[in-house]
Write a protein that binds this ligand. Structure first.
Ligand SMILES: Cc1cc2nc3c(=O)[nH]c(=O)nc-3n(C[C@H](O)[C@H](O)[C@H](O)COP(=O)(O)OP(=O)(O)OC[C@H]3O[C@@H](n4cnc5c(N)ncnc54)[C@H](O)[C@@H]3O)c2cc1C
Length: 464
């Protein structure tokens, strides 16, 4: 059995991070910056299969919320990722005729694997960070504060910690350990009723494509689902095809042969591959690809003792909002702020009271963790594009803002959901705003119905 404990007495406190995705890698960088920690990050995958198009190859979009968290963590993503990073020029909606919008303007598109790799590369160059690849977390002894990892060859590695961070994604093993061993730590998950499969679409082969399309986030709605597709720097769209997980219009029901796949794209999404659909080879690959479903995760809290959860491990969500990575990166920034305020005035290197800091983090971030999951279900999640009631609410809020908002701008504000890409409003504030707007919309609807009934009743009475 190997041990990664070589901490000399009186040296830095030890942070052990489980998972080298965006959340874990950025947290390593934050903790390494004069915050008094020696960091060991353990990632289940081997180094040579992280990044590139083979592992989890979808592109993620970073808004200001995520980008600012990176900058505050000392990451210049342009420098780290180079030409693999694309700055988007807005969105392009394919529906009968193409329509562009400024949404997604200046947001960043990057392959999730390349992104994690760029952050891990940077982290592994920092002297007080050790990155251990090919090590899968299996269990934790909370009393002794020892985390156990297994290597592919069966070797076991034990690592002592002062602070253990679960950044191991939606199926978090760290979270499972808390669930199994801490009586009042509970987890609730909700499956998205929509399922998805990914496919690559060569942009310049699309009908009517021009060079500008290579920098647009593409959205295509159909009667049965949608395709959302950020571009990759090599001129491909990394498209997510979304359909109901069950019923007559699910993937399984619609596509049993490669010809079905070709007919599906040709009929519902001709803008992607033309009316003939994709080639036989692409159709075969798509047919064989696993259908996936996302889950939202609600933990009863984010921390227990010296252990806490970040990113998808803490609050995985439905994909509709495009906030998973952004929220994960913001977790790291918020944690660093909480840690910094706890250590303010203390000498550098003086040990922090980890459980107290984690409790403070839970207090600060818990509402946001719940809110972002709820927003992902409330907004566009689960629906083909957007639920009619929610769309009506958004429209009403926009109308009120444009009319009565001129007289009372603080009351009739723009829809709160629009603030999701920036970081001026927390997820908690946005959710409260969305609920307030729903109440106003309902009240106006009821008032409208009452007025209409009153007018009709008056006419009837006058006639009598
Ligand atoms: C198709 C699709 C499109 C998306 N698009 C967007 C988008 O546009 N914008 C956005 O913000 N979000 C998007 N997301 C969500 C986003 O990908 C996730 O929210 C994000 O990757 C979460 O980061 P993370 O670091 O918390 O977890 P992960 O990215 O899941 O990383 C967890 C890491 O932990 C490792 N690990 C797991 N178990 C163990 C273990 N036992 N021991 C050691 N290591 C372990 C894994 O190998 C992995 O490297 C999208 C998701 C999907 C599926």
């Amino acid at each position: 059995m190997a041990s990664s404990s070589n901490q000399p007495a009186g040296s830095k406190q030890r942070a052990v991070i489980v998972g080298g995705g965006p959340a874990g890698a950025l947290m390593a960088l934050y903790l390494s910056q004069d915050r008094g920690f020696k960091v060991d990050l353990f990632e289940a995958f081997d180094e040579n299969i992280i990044g590139g198009p083979t592992v989890r190859s979808w592109n993620v979009v970073l808004f200001d919320r995520g980008s600012d968290a990176l900058k505050a963590g000392g990451v210049d993503l342009q420098k780290e990722a180079g030409e693999r990073l694309l700055t988007l020029a807005g969105s392009l909606r394919h529906h009968k005729k193409e329509k562009t919008s400024k949404f997604f303007l200046d947001s960043l598109s990057i392959c999730r694997g390349d992104f994690a790799k760029a952050l891990l590369n940077k982290a592994s160059k920092v002297p007080n960070v050790n990155v251990h690849f090919g090590c899968t977390f299996s269990k934790v002894d909370m009393e002794q504060r020892v985390a156990t990892f297994e290597r592919g060859n069966g070797d076991v590695v034990e690592s002592e910690y002062d602070m253990l961070i679960g950044a191991d994604g939606v199926n978090s093993r760290v979270r499972k350990e808390l669930e199994e061993n801490v009586p009042d730590f509970t987890v609730r998950q909700r499956e998205d009723p929509m399922a998805f499969k990914t496919i690559l679409i060569p942009i310049m082969n699309m009908e009517g494509a021009d060079e500008g399309w290579k920098k647009r986030f593409h959205v295509t709605n159909s009667d049965i689902g949608c395709i959302i597709a950020p571009p990759r720097s090599d001129g491909m769209l990394t498209a997510t095809v979304v359909l109901p997980s069950e019923g007559k219009t699910s993937f399984d029901a619609l596509m049993k042969t490669t010809q079905d796949v070709r007919d599906f794209f040709g009929h519902y999404y001709p803008s992607a591959f033309g009316h003939e659909g994709p080639s036989e080879e692409v159709a075969k690959e798509f047919l064989e690809r696993r259908t996936q479903q996302l889950r939202s995760t609600y933990c009863s809290r984010l921390a227990h003792g010296s252990i806490f959860l970040i990113g998808d491990a803490a609050h995985s969500m439905w994909a509709s909002l495009g906030q998973g990575v952004n929220a994960a990166l913001e977790d790291c920034q918020v944690f660093a702020q909480v840690l910094d305020s706890a250590t303010e005035g203390k000498a550098v290197g003086q040990a922090v009271d980890v459980p107290k800091v984690l409790e403070a983090y839970n207090e600060r971030r818990f509402e946001d963790a719940v809110a972002v999951c709820e927003l992902s279900e409330e907004g566009m999640g689960g629906a083909r594009s957007m639920r009619p009631a929610f769309a009506a609410q958004l429209l009403m809020t926009v109308l009120l803002n444009k009319t009565l908002g001129l007289l009372a701008p603080k009351v009739f504000t723009p829809p709160s959901l629009m603030a999701i890409s920036g970081n001026k409003m927390s997820y908690g504030e946005i959710l409260r705003g969305v609920k307030r707007e729903a109440t106003v919309t309902k009240a106006l609807f009821v008032a409208g119905v009452v007025c209409a009934v009153a007018v009709v009743a008056r006419k009837v009475v006058m006639r009598v």
